[in-house]
Design a protein around this ligand. Structure first.
Ligand SMILES: [Zn+2]
Length: 277
């Protein structure tokens, strides 16, 4: 599952004393990561200072260290990468790029997106600036402070009589089904959002909500919060808009599932083979 590795040490300010070579997580404006094929796998740029002198960046952010190695996020000004390097989407890099670095790349992608979309104050329109040791952008005129944006999304595995409810959204690849998910709306608790989404999307009631796990999902700034629940009433009736089809499946007869990068995959996998502590 895509996640920031546990030994990642976040920091705002880069080291000033020693300058060990840093990893550069370089993105295009449309969110693809710069990689190069190496002998066994893919590699990221490694250099103490920005390694592409003739290839300017629009923005750079220091992220912290992984395995003691400093890492930077950067957004390239030009879409055409230097010779030998290519841009690829993070989803396409799953299982190909080292999983820990892919996790750091997920954070880099979110922070670059936040920095890019908060260049001006949302209250008074003045250009914002980075300030001090916090991950913030501040307005020098009216003191508005903006933090990296997160959008909470609830996700729920509904089970009834040994079967799991899986649904297809029109935007999914053909044949792929997943658990239900939806954005938490302003003013709602996670539980209220969950009951509302299940009722809206498939017309069911659920109970016995239990927290399962969470995942940062940087497309572009979601925080997935997964629950399990039991069926408590109603007939499956899809809304035809967000959900095109939904049905109950047994563990030995599952449809195609979402990417193993995702929380949805882990939640479904745990239904087939429960995780043990
Ligand atoms: Zn302002």
């Amino acid at each position: 599952m895509l996640m920031l590795p546990d030994d990642f040490q976040p920091a705002i300010l880069p080291p000033t004393d020693l300058e060990p070579p840093a990893r550069w997580l370089v993105f295009s404006a449309n969110g693809e990561l710069l990689v190069r094929s190496a002998e066994t796998d893919l590699e990221l740029p490694l250099a103490s200072v920005w390694p592409f002198a003739k290839w300017p960046t629009v923005r750079r952010l220091y992220l912290g260290t992984l395995h003691g190695q400093p890492c930077y996020a950067a957004e390239a000004e030009q879409p055409k990468p230097p010779p030998g390097w290519t841009f690829e989407g993070l989803r396409a890099l799953w299982t190909r790029l080292d999983e820990a670095w892919l996790g750091v790349a997920g954070q880099a992608l979110q922070l670059l997106e936040w920095d890019r979309t908060h260049q001006w104050c949302g209250r008074c329109g003045t250009p914002t600036e980075r300030r001090g040791k916090e991950r913030t952008r501040c307005c020098p005129a009216c003191e508005l402070i903006v933090y990296p944006r997160l959008s909470p999304v609830i996700m729920v595995r509904v089970v009834y009589d040994g079967r799991i409810l899986l649904a297809r959204a029109p935007r999914f690849a053909p044949g792929v089904y997943s658990v239900l998910a939806g954005f938490v709306e302003a003013g709602e608790t996670l539980e209220q959002a969950l009951h509302r989404e299940v009722a809206e999307e498939v017309g069911l009631q659920v109970n016995n909500l239990r927290y399962f796990a969470s995942q940062s999902w940087p497309f572009p700034h979601s925080l997935m919060i997964a629950f399990t629940a039991d069926y408590a009433g109603g007939q499956v009736r899809v809304d035809g808009r967000e959900i095109a089809e939904a049905d109950w499946f047994t563990p030995d007869d599952l449809p195609d599932l979402p990417s193993p990068m995702s929380m949805a995959w882990r939640l479904i996998q745990d239904f087939v083979t429960p995780e043990t502590e």
